[in-house]
Design a protein around this ligand. Structure first.
Ligand SMILES: O=C(O)c1ccccc1NCC(=O)[C@H](O)[C@H](O)COP(=O)(O)O
Length: 262
């Protein structure tokens, strides 16, 4: 069984449990700007800064961190959106993390989870998410369509994640306007920015926001993603391990002419 299959097996059990639990109280909050609109109109690389305590590929990354303090530092350092990994068994996250972060930052928040059922979308929305993730490799196409339209009906934006050409075709058939190219192969954990370079070329020229996900460490990586056509990068480990978030963010936020934008 691949790690993705193991994660999805656990998610199925979680969904059964969620359906028996009390629905969380809906957070009352001000609307935030659309991630698609703000990223598409920006002249610099947009950084989605991730709250990531641990992962299957790296084990513990930063278990001591307080998600609110981390998110506030991200916002102050110039992040353009926050991603919160809410999966507990494999990433040591929670929906409570997302809820707490929502109360302290005004940036768009991505609920980074393995969504397989509408109830997860409803809980993400109630907890303050603005964007959800749908992973093409984790879903049948009919499920992807149902979950995508459910999210749009709920007023959420959707980051549709792909890793190869076939998954990209599925995302395009869906009409996704935000496509995340994951540089990490979820079967082997090999990270290679060539994934963004190969796939973004198939998307460029259309009104699709391209996000390059995983393995971003330096301004060189950011420039590479930008040259491939990405207007955003999703960064977890580098920021979670950084001793100087402001400096790391500055390095990642290159402008679209390749020069430091801050
Ligand atoms: O990060 C993992 O090990 C992982 C394993 C299996 C499924 C998903 C996984 N990561 C989720 C992500 O997409 C990343 O957290 C995100 O792209 C940031 O990656 P990085 O900057 O390399 O931490």
């Amino acid at each position: 069984m691949t790690i993705l299959e193991k994660i999805i097996t656990e998610k199925r059990k979680e969904v059964v449990r969620l359906k028996t639990e009390k629905f969380p109280e809906i957070l009352d909050r001000k609307p935030v700007k659309s991630m698609y609109d703000s990223f598409m109109s920006s002249t610099k690389m947009n950084v989605i800064a991730e709250i990531k305590r641990a992962s299957p590929s790296k084990g513990e990354i930063n278990s001591e961190m307080d998600p609110v303090m981390q998110a506030v530092q991200y916002e102050e350092a110039g992040a353009d959106a926050i991603s919160v990994l809410t999966d507990a068994p494999f990433f040591s996250g929670s929906m409570e993390d997302l809820r707490r972060v929502r109360e302290h930052v005004s940036l768009p928040i991505l609920c980074k989870d393995f969504i397989i059922d509408p109830i997860q979308i409803h809980i993400a929305k109630a907890s303050g998410a603005d964007v959800i993730l749908l992973i093409v490799a984790a879903l049948e196409e009919h499920q992807l369509r149902e979950l995508y339209s459910e999210a749009l009906d709920q007023g959420l934006e959707v980051l549709v994640e792909v890793h190869n050409a076939e998954e990209l075709q599925t995302a395009m058939r869906l009409g996704a306007n935000i496509i995340g190219i994951n540089n990490r192969d979820l079967k082997t954990f090999i990270v290679d920015l060539a994934a963004t370079e190969e796939l973004a070329g198939e998307i460029r020229g259309k009104d699709i926001l391209i996000i390059s996900e995983s393995g971003m460490k330096s301004s060189l990586d950011s420039i590479r993603a930008e040259k491939a056509g990405a207007k955003g990068i999703l960064v977890g480990e580098t920021l979670m391990r950084s001793g100087d978030i402001a400096l790391s963010m500055k390095n990642l936020k290159v402008s679209f002419d390749g020069v430091d934008a801050r």
